[in-house]
Design a protein around this ligand. Structure first.
Ligand code: NAD
Ligand code: MG
Length: 349
């Protein structure tokens, strides 16, 4: 056992496939996660029914992949395990109309993210199991890794164990989609939801985009060329993050020049200072006390007015136009893989 890790991690040997092989799994939604779970489960010998609306554009793709497609209600009725892989914002509606009327005692509600359970947007009856297997990766990689006999790390959580068998079945589900090949970390719906929302807001999506834009604007406003600002603040981000991903922050420091290392070590916390830390704590509080969840639910109920506006403003930022032109002028080293990934992602839509 490690001195620093406290979560339990499960691998293939911890999972018993018979817990899922005999069962029928309804995969509702055939987007990023849905197409990967459905195909991996089917290839692992599980009985899969995909649930999609009659007019869903995804129907053709699921049928072309050789899967049985029904409406969400018919699929849920037939299933022992209902894997809820429609967008989080439509899950409460799909639950109310298609899932809840078709749940039987002993069935399982299976999620890939905890939002709707944790914030009580879905309140399942007490006689069903409620579990989560959340791959820590977009669906096209969950599928590709499985096809290449590789795994995708994932999270496991049990919210409700009505049968006494919830965890064993969730582990078997994780094995069938390839997650236990890589390792599955045990967590709770609360921890997964809160860390996921905090991460995407403060560090990953929100934090990093703001860091890049503000760095870019600082250089351009000081009279430097947009090309230089783009390369310095956006393009090189990937190279730095790749180093951290492969070998930790230390590998990044080892790979850059001593000047970059000294400058970074002395100036990083001048930029991301105590004030930024306090702001992060405030963002975390909004996640923990449900303020963010209520805000996002209300925003959806109102037809997404702020979201639409913010999204458009972000797309119109100068760095986007500069980047588009620059990316067209240079032959990137990883061009082939990028094109392949793009093709796979658009095939998932
Ligand atoms: P997605 O947007 O890629 O796909 C949604 C699918 O649901 C599509 O097939 C769409 O046709 C279908 N759909 C939309 N509205 C519907 C409705 N009203 N009724 C029936 N079907 C409908 O979704 P996703 O990104 O795969 O997310 C699914 C779940 O997986 C979410 O809980 C999400 O948080 C979680 N998750 C996603 C990722 C990821 O990288 N995308 C990673 C981990 C967990
Ligand atoms: Mg049923």
């Amino acid at each position: 056992m490690s001195d620093h890790l406290d979560a339990t991690i499960y691998y293939d040997d911890d999972a018993n496939s018979s817990q899922i092989i005999d069962k029928t799994v309804a995969v509702l939604g055939y987007g990023s996660q849905g197409h990967a779970h459905a195909q991996n489960l089917a290839d692992s010998g599980v009985d899969v029914v995909v649930g999609l609306r009659e007019d869903s554009a995804s129907r053709k793709a699921a049928e072309a992949d050789g899967l049985q497609v029904e409406t969400p209600a018919v699929a849920a009725e037939a299933a022992d395990v209902v894997s809820v892989l429609v967008p989080d914002t439509v899950q409460p509606d799909v639950y109310e109309n298609a899932i809840e009327p078709n749940l039987e005692a002993g069935d399982t509600l299976q999620f890939a993210h905890g939002f709707n359970i944790h914030y009580n947007q879905i309140q399942p009856p007490e006689d069903v199991d409620v579990t989560m297997i959340a791959p820590k990766s977009p669906g096209h990689l969950v599928r590709r890794n499985y096809e290449h006999s590789e795994g995708t790390p994932g999270l496991l959580a049990v919210y409700q164990d009505a049968t006494g068998n919830a965890k064993a079945e969730a582990l078997a589900y994780a094995k069938a989609i390839g997650c236990t090949r890589a390792g599955v970390v045990e967590t709770s719906f609360q921890e997964e939801t809160e860390t996921d929302l905090f991460g995407e807001q403060a560090v990953l999506c929100g934090g990093i985009a703001e860091l890049i834009k503000q760095g870019y604007e600082t250089l351009v406003d000081a009279g430097y060329s947009p090309e230089m600002a783009y390369f310095e603040c956006l393009n090189e981000m990937k190279l730095i993050v790749d180093l951290m991903y492969e070998g930790g922050i230390g590998d990044m420091w080892d790979s850059v020049s001593d000047t970059a290392e000294y400058g970074g070590l002395t100036k990083g916390d001048v930029v991301i200072d105590d004030h930024a830390r306090e702001n992060m704590e405030e963002v975390l509080e909004g996640v923990q006390d449900g303020t963010f969840a209520r805000e996002w639910i209300a925003e959806n109920q109102a037809g997404r007015p702020s979201y639409t506006q913010l999204k458009a403003a972000e797309r119109n930022h100068e760095i986007e136009a500069v980047g588009e032109e620059l990316r067209g002028l240079f032959a990137w080293a990883d061009e082939e893989e990028t094109a392949e990934e793009k093709a796979e992602v658009s095939a998932d839509d």
